[in-house]
Design a protein around this ligand. Structure first.
Ligand code: PEP
Ligand code: MG
Length: 324
């Protein structure tokens, strides 16, 4: 299998019925970057910036962050890197930041909520990203956006930071894209205007699934109870795809499921055209996509839906066994 993956490394993930799926990778530390060329990923679809904060014992200085982000962009050699702003709180606690005990951390003060309440930290990170990207394209994504206004406030913070950088005479990025992670069901029902405002949306499938099924992703007792290939979840994904397509908003999916071949195939069949996953998954996912016809998979999913079954997994697996 390794050889088969190597032989398609430079080839695109195009399905038998001609759909091109962009396969990009998740990263978070410098050590992940060498996988960019070796995995065949077309870019970094999710750079989890909090990991560099979590491995330290004190708050990094802005200059240190600039240097880190420059190194990431240098290593990407012009490929797109989506920097996700600090996603702390919940399971990711910074040892050097005051920690408030919360009854339900997953539903608590985390991600963009912390950023909007602690503007100093957010500003420092935005400044570092803008400086690191000087003269090059920059892509920033805010995690855990639950309503449009949070995204607007965060974007306004970027605009303010840009104005300040200009005043200080710093060279700005060549281009800037600002996106939101869709990880709470509420955002899927935001006003259509929101979908027009964002430059792109990335579904954080790990969190989205946890909130969709109300099943803690960290809790072994319930973690595996609900299948991503559950018809209700896929129908929800399809709805998100439709909302994005009305406004031509680029959409990607970056939870762990993007790296599971059958899940990836079904997500592509629902209309997702960009999947971000751990580098080692790119080969297996690409290999299956290149052998599959999305129209066929869509038909299977729609048949399962009509029969009123719970998950499309058995039917898709059976089809793959007979036709793979
Ligand atoms: C997700 O929630 O799917 C995601 C990609 O972010 P994280 O796993 O870091 O919460
Ligand atoms: Mg998440």
């Amino acid at each position: 299998a390794q050889e088969r993956y190597a032989s398609i490394r430079e080839k695109p993930a195009v399905t038998l019925d001609g759909h091109k799926i962009d396969l990009v990778m998740n990263a978070g530390l410098m050590a992940d970057l060498p996988s960019l060329p070796s995995s065949g990923a077309e870019g970094v679809g999710l750079f989890r910036t909090e990991l560099q904060f979590l491995i330290r014992n004190k708050m990094p200085k802005r200059s240190e962050l600039v240097a880190q982000y420059e190194r990431v962009l240098d290593a990407a050699k012009g490929k797109r890197v989506v920097f996700r702003t600090l996603d702390i709180g919940s399971d990711k606690v910074l040892p050097y930041m005051k920690h408030v005990a919360e009854p339900n951390p997953a539903l608590g003060w985390r991600a963009i909520r912390v950023g909007l309440d602690k503007r100093g930290v957010m500003r420092m990170q935005l400044q570092a990203l803008l400086r690191a990207a000087k003269g090059r394209p920059l892509t920033i994504m805010f995690p855990f956006v639950a309503q449009a206004e949070e995204f607007r406030e965060a974007r306004a913070e970027i605009e303010k930071t840009i104005a300040r950088e200009k005043r200080l005479g710093h060279v700005l990025p060549e281009t800037l894209e600002v996106g939101a992670m869709l990880e709470t069901p509420s955002l899927a029902f935001a006003p259509q205007k929101f979908f027009e405002e964002v430059d792109f949306i990335s579904v954080g499938g790990n969190d989205l699934k946890q909130f969709f099924f109300a099943a803690d992703r960290e809790n072994e007792l319930v973690r595996r109870r609900y299948d991503t290939l559950n018809v209700s979840f896929l129908t929800f994904i399809e709805r998100i795809v439709e909302r994005c397509s009305v406004s031509n908003t680029p959409l990607s999916f970056c939870g762990e499921d993007a790296g599971r071949p059958i899940e990836a195939l079904c997500l592509a069949a629902m209309g997702i055209r960009c999947l971000s996953m751990r580098p080692a998954s790119i080969g297996p996912v690409k290999s299956l996509l290149r052998r599959s016809d999305l129209q066929e998979i869509r038909k299977i999913i729609s048949d399962v839906r009509h029969r009123g079954e719970q998950s499309v997994r058995p039917a898709v697996m059976e089809w793959l066994r007979d036709n793979g």
